[in-house]
Design a binder for this molecule. Structure first.
Ligand code: CS2
Length: 486
């Protein structure tokens, strides 16, 4: 079987690009080329290119190793997007030009970002990729921030690259690109802007920081599309649907949503032609999505991991567990304000998406990086719900599930290391702690942005402690049944 490429002859039942990708130049440099970008930003861009063309293809930059580049570059950036709903269909995406990675990464990325034709630098590096604290400041303890502050001329991370490229453009008299964060942080654009300014002030001085403050746009975005990690089966399906071997295929759900603040200084693709919504303030949409979809996801990931449910769809197949998901969605919805959207209908649609039997979305995948996710998904709405007097038990259950997940032990009774950038701190916090009375203070001391005092004391604190102990003593499965009966 031949490999997918720009010259591959269309075959199979897949939809192939209805335009000639190579006719268009790159206008976007995209940092972080994981599955999500390939299922979301690049899919939207591909549709716009098919509808009206334009120099808006993307050059990808992989900041973490060369595997993505090795898969995509021999394919001229082409890959298969498999969409799994009631039926499965596939599209070959042509919006990606090539991928920069490896030892030459920084130099090549800076060249691409400094070129006047680059008008947008978009980013999907996950919450932990930026080096921004949950309060939205530069995280000087982040390895890339530390390295890049020490050597700003040889950046390795997102913020270092952005500031170096902007400084080069300013020196050359080239207007700046727009910086477009597409990760699940609340106020992603605003937070990135502040961290970029802090970095620029420290590494380059006031003048460059002042220029960035005045000239560079950082629109916030809300992004949504459930995209599991690819498996061998993903690649086999892609081969069947395209008639070509594809080492970079991605699978995703039919649903997708993108809400973007319309604040671009150097133009943008007409993403609205592919269904993106441009708004003045993305904040309420972010709250809706981060607190409902992602909050429920985190809750079901930890409680699912502790009750032997490998996939989100397995959680939804259990009536009691699914009831807790709906309970969580309702409590989260009560904290969302300022949107003329029927949140009950949104919640019902989410439950249906989670139940999609053709998507194997691993609870272990969602359980990763809890310290980066929980502040905006659980803690912020919990604090607001407490203040407003709306139901809080679902948030206590979500936090208790995380705490009990951190307290898991292996066969010899030793704590199990979790996949999280703060794993060391978490491991130290749970070592030797065996019940709520010892676990909660230790974890709160390590992560005050997840367990602030307001959630450790009073009725909320008591419920949280009681749930942690119940899960540890009786097991998650029993607690799920009891919670669902409340
Ligand atoms: C998930 C998200 O892994 C996770 O933490 O909650 O990746 C989620 O699937 C997406 O945000 C959906 O848009």
């Amino acid at each position: 079987m031949n490999r997918l490429s720009a010259t591959a002859f269309p075959a199979g039942t897949a939809e192939w690009p209805r335009y000639r990708p190579e006719e268009y130049r790159a206008g976007i440099v995209h940092l972080g080329l994981g599955n999500f970008a390939r299922a979301h930003l690049l899919a939207y861009t591909d549709e716009v290119l098919a509808k009206q063309g334009g120099d808006w293809r993307a050059i990808g930059v992989s900041l973490r190793g060369t595997a993505v580049a090795e898969a995509l570059n021999p394919q001229d950036g082409r890959y298969t997007l498999i969409i799994r709903g009631q039926q499965t269909h596939a599209r070959v995406i042509g919006a990606l030009k090539h991928v920069i990675a490896g030892t030459q990464m920084a130099g090549c990325a800076l060249t691409a970002m400094a070129r006047p034709t680059c008008r947008i630098v978009s980013i999907t590096v996950t919450e932990k990729g930026y080096g921004i604290t949950s309060e939205g400041h530069l995280d000087r303890a982040h390895p890339a921030i530390r390295a890049d502050l020490a050597r700003p001329e040889a950046p390795t991370g997102v913020i270092g690259l952005i500031v170096a490229a902007l400084a080069q453009r300013r020196a050359m008299g080239v207007p700046p690109f727009t910086v477009l964060s597409c990760d699940n942080l609340s106020h992603n654009g605003q937070k990135l802007k502040r961290a970029v300014l802090e970095f620029a002030t420290e590494a380059y001085g006031e003048e460059i920081a002042g220029w960035i403050l005045e000239q560079v746009r950082f629109p916030s975005t809300m992004v949504d599309r459930i995209t599991p990690a690819s498996t061998a089966e993903t690649l086999a399906t892609a081969a069947t649907l395209t008639g070509h071997e594809d080492a970079a295929a991605v699978e995703t759900e039919p649903f997708r949503q993108w809400v973007i603040e319309d604040d671009f200084s150097a133009g943008r693709p007409a993403w609205e032609l592919a269904g993106a919504l441009f708004v003045r303030d993305v904040g309420p949409y972010e709250h809706m999505k981060l607190r409902m979809l992602n909050g429920a996801h985190s809750m079901l990931a930890y409680s699912g991991q502790l009750s032997g449910r490998a996939y989100v769809r397995d959680v939804m197949a259990d009536p009691a567990h699914a009831a807790l998901v709906r309970r969580h969605l309702k409590a989260a919805a009560a904290t969302v304000r300022g949107l003329a959207i029927d949140l009950d209908a949104y919640a019902a649609a989410l439950a249906e998406r989670f139940a999609n039997p053709s998507i194997a979305h691993a609870t272990a995948q969602i359980a990763m990086d809890g310290t980066q996710k929980l502040p905006q998904r659980i803690t912020a709405p919990a604090l607001e719900a407490l203040e407003a007097g709306t139901p809080v038990r679902p948030f206590a259950f979500a936090l208790a599930s995380w705490v009990a997940y951190l307290a898991r032990r292996d066969a010899r009774g030793a704590p199990i290391r979790v996949d999280d950038p703060r794993a060391d701190v978490l491991l130290a916090a749970v070592s030797g702690a065996t019940d709520a009375a010892t676990l909660l203070p230790a974890i709160a001391a390590a992560c005050p942005d997840i367990l602030p005092d307001a959630l450790r004391t009073g009725a909320f604190g008591a419920t949280l402690a009681e749930l942690v102990d119940a899960i540890l003593r009786e097991g998650m499965a029993a607690v799920i049944v009891r919670e669902a009966e409340l």
